[in-house]
Design a protein around this ligand. Structure first.
Ligand code: ZN
Ligand code: MN
Length: 474
């Protein structure tokens, strides 16, 4: 029996616009006094009229472009009707027929994940369950109600929990690069719902598909992976027990219990007909001109994939290139230090400093002086690795030319052959016993090298000292 997991992901991203999607209330809701960022619109009071947030719409489009989507230039909002205590209007304003962006794709290494859509909608309020005066109660906080939300739906092209994680990391990286969301899973500004089923090829040559399951309420990246793996196994076991296979009506929704590490049945899955979608009558259709779309496109920064390709062209390893491109601030710092150089040795040198000793400092790009790095690099053969690290850190922190620091602290190594030869001769003359030892056992050369370093106050190039000692003693 062979098992092929089929996984699609629905990702919700909260946009970090100043105001909400359809009113002027502040969209900030994290650690805010409950129900202080509300108005008749986001409380769903009768007669209140929504006005779409232009920035949110533009950001949704921008994300669509970053996901290589086609843009629907003529689009409209729809009402998705369902009851939930924290959904004050009794419906969510969203998009079904004409999402802002459709038919995109992203790549995880060489594996393509197709994006079905990225559409604009609004977040719900929050139900807070607690015990008050000995009674179990649910309190409602509408600060989050109406916060702009983009929903990104992938095609079922993901084949494992590990790949799902890579996909989520990539989406997170993209939205952070284009500065439209913090995409923080723990804070709920990025939320993810996997839909899973399994293709089973039996030993007697049959192919069957298990019923679709959508998993809700997974609140961490590890949770997503664990939930997917759990569900794959559960579906295979269930199929072995009752042989049920996928049909048009047996989709279900399951919750994720993070304490027990298992999914549990929540409800039979609704189809879109259950939501009685219809066009939002209070908001006219939205039209983007080609000019507007081009303008939004022009605000896109260079994206991670392009950066990685650029760094690979500098001969950096795949690992280094990905590390440098992992967030846009870090990539900008690297590029500022590189200062348009195409010298791959210099690129590698800077990379080692940035992902090594400088990693521990939070670098301020304004404070970085590319010339300082160039100076250290140009003199790298006269400096040992400890001095290189020290100079990189000190010149950054004090804003002083590293060459001046190196001179004042005597960090340059003596790499002049005749100068070292003088020192070596002195050491040989003053250490007859050690010279004898060396002649019996060449391993003991370390002591003599140590003596050369000592008389040079640590500034001799040790490799050169060793070579000259061997030359003079053999
Ligand atoms: Zn409001
Ligand atoms: Mn949604």
């Amino acid at each position: 029996m062979k098992i092929f997991p089929i996984i699609g992901l629905e990702v919700h991203i909260e946009l970090k616009t100043k105001s909400k999607m359809f009113c002027a209330c502040s969209a900030d809701h994290f650690h805010v006094e409950p129900n202080t960022h509300t108005c008749p619109v986001c409380l769903g009071l009768p007669g209140a009229l929504p006005v779409p947030n232009q920035t949110a719409c533009e950001w949704c489009l921008k994300l669509g472009l970053a996901l290589n989507c086609e843009i629907n230039s003529q689009t409209f909002f729809e009402r998705k009707n369902y009851f939930y205590p924290d959904l004050a209007k009794g419906y969510q304003i969203t998009q079904l027929q004409k999402p802002f962006a459709i038919n995109g794709k992203i790549f995880l290494n060489d594996h393509q994940i197709r994006i079905n859509r990225a559409h604009m909608e609004e977040d719900t309020g929050k139900s807070v369950h607690l015990t008050l005066h000995g009674e179990d109660v649910t309190l409602l906080d509408f600060n989050r109600s109406g916060v702009p939300l983009v929903e990104i739906v992938s095609e079922p092209d993901i084949t494992s929990a590990k790949q799902a994680k890579e996909y989520l990391n990539k989406i997170q990286q993209l939205v952070r690069y284009i500065c439209i969301s913090d995409a923080d899973i723990e804070k709920g500004s990025m939320r993810c719902e996997p839909t899973i089923n399994v293709k089973i090829e039996t030993d007697d040559g049959q192919t069957v598909y298990t019923p679709l399951v959508e998993i809700k309420n997974v609140a961490s990246l590890t949770g997503v992976m664990t939930a997917i793996d759990f569900e794959i196994n559960r579906q295979v076991e269930e199929w072995k027990t009752n042989g049920t296979t996928k049909n048009d009506t047996n989709k279900t929704t399951r919750g994720w219990d993070a304490d027990k590490n298992q999914t549990f049945l929540q409800r039979e899955k609704e189809g879109s007909a259950d939501y009685r979608y219809f066009p939002e009558p209070d908001i006219p259709p939205i039209e983007f001109s080609q000019f507007q779309i081009e303008q939004i496109k022009s605000t896109l920064p260079e994206l991670p994939d392009a950066k990685i390709a650029k760094y690979r062209a500098l001969n950096l390893s795949d690992y280094d290139a990905k590390l440098l491109a992992q967030n846009s601030d870090f990539a900008s710092i690297f590029e500022k230090v590189l200062d348009n150089s195409t010298d791959s040795e210099f690129a590698k040198f800077i990379t080692n400093l940035l992902i090594g000793p400088l990693k521990t400092i939070s670098l301020d790009i304004e404070k970085i002086n590319p010339d300082y790095f160039k100076n250290i690099f140009d003199h790298r053969n006269e400096l040992n690795s400890t001095s290189i690290k020290q100079l990189a850190i000190e010149s950054y922190e004090t804003g002083t030319d590293p060459l001046a620091i190196a001179k004042s602290k005597n960090l340059f190594q003596i790499s002049d052959t005749s100068q070292i030869e003088e020192l070596v001769k002195k050491v040989i003359a003053n250490n007859p016993k050690a010279v004898d030892d060396y002649r019996k056992n060449s391993q003991s050369i370390g002591f003599l090298i140590g003596q050369v370093m000592k008389v040079s106050a640590g500034s001799a190039n040790p490799q050169l000292a060793k070579e000259i000692l061997e030359k003079l003693l053999n």
